[in-house]
Design a protein around this ligand. Structure first.
Ligand code: COA
Ligand code: MG
Length: 293
């Protein structure tokens, strides 16, 4: 998943529009972009949208962002959407591996009730939305086979700590949010799942989005959340491995294949060893997933 596009779950119009984009995944939202009075209707709209998507041929992955575990809304969200068989559920305000196990149990019960394969519905947590969560980032590893990816959020976190801003005037995140971002990257890597960078809310600023994508890709994120259809192409481009990167990864793997039993080699004047093999394999996997490998 390179691009994951948020769509308010109460907007049939936006859901229809989102289906026509090239986003790898849609996140149909039942949480913050839906007013309390519209939650009930949104559940029905989202369920119908998943049914319709499943009848189509080519479709993006469909995730549903449900309300948090302690919201009092989650049970009804799951009752409504699980029977339609979404590819995954995004859990906001996730506090750590315990929350993932808790949600996984709720999903398992509903999968059984709907005669769906056990463990099929994936979980994607937003892992940094309050200060306390940052001390649990190591707990995602091994929490559940359902974990497919992990992302982070800066908006709710800044509200939690009472910060007046989370970005400097040049657009760069301030230190507390840079730490949250790095912890999300390490938590996902430790859990062997995809690290997904957070939203870029200024959706008219294409250059700003491109440079944030570039920084994320450089650091090891494999995708980014989008809030507007216009952001999808920029994100897909940034996270699709370039022909040069693919050629270099192939050269590294070929060099080791040609030299069995050797631990370290020089490729194009640079030392490569075990971590480089792992990185090259990951890059080729991402290229295949993006249809360019
Ligand atoms: N998914 C699908 N379609 C979208 C969309 C989205 N996320 N965001 C905008 N569109 C559609 C609009 O409906 C509009 O289509 P229309 O003219 O046929 O109605 C078109 O794209 C252009 O939209 P634009 O006028 O540029 O933006 P807007 O002012 O209508 O909407 C937002 C701005 C921020 C409200 C909107 O992008 C949005 O709802 N984003 C998702 C919000 C969300 O889910 N947040 C939760 C996670 S942080
Ligand atoms: Mg939020």
């Amino acid at each position: 998943m390179r691009s994951l596009l948020f769509v308010p779950g109460d907007s049939e119009r936006k859901i229809a529009k989102a289906m026509l984009t090239r986003a790898d995944a849609l996140i149909l939202d039942l949480e913050d972009s839906v007013a309390s009075s519209a939650k009930k209707g949104a559940r029905g709209t989202v369920r119908a949208a998943i049914d319709a998507a499943r009848r189509g041929k080519a479709r993006p992955l469909i995730y549903v962002r449900v309300n948090p575990l302690d919201s009092g809304l989650l049970e009804a969200d799951l009752d409504a959407v699980v029977p339609a068989r979404p590819d995954g559920v995004m859990l906001p305000k996730s506090r750590g591996g315990q929350d993932i196990m808790h949600l996984s149990t709720k999903l398992a019960v509903r999968e059984a009730e709907s005669d769906l394969p056990d463990g099929e519905i994936a979980i994607l947590p937003i892992a940094t939305e309050s200060a306390a969560t940052l001390f649990n980032m190591g707990s995602y590893a091994g929490a559940s086979r359902r974990l497919s990816a992990l992302t982070w959020g800066a908006e709710d976190l800044s509200a939690d700590v009472g910060a007046s801003t989370n970005r400097l005037t040049d657009g760069a995140y301030t230190d507390p949010y840079r730490l949250a971002r790095a912890l999300a990257l390490f938590a996902a890597t430790a859990a062997e799942i995809a690290p997904i960078d957070t939203v870029f809310v200024n959706f008219r600023d294409k250059a700003g989005l491109a440079s944030e994508c570039e920084a994320a890709r450089r650091d090891g994120f494999t995708g980014k959340l989008a809030i507007h259809p216009d952001q999808v192409a920029t994100i897909n481009d940034a996270f699709t491995p370039s022909p040069q990167a693919i050629a270099r990864a192939r050269a590294i793997l070929d060099a080791f294949l040609a030299n069995p039993g050797v631990g370290v080699l020089g490729v194009d004047g640079e030392m490569v060893d075990r971590p480089h093999i792992k990185r090259a394999e990951r890059l080729l996997e991402a290229a295949r997933a993006a249809g360019v490998g």
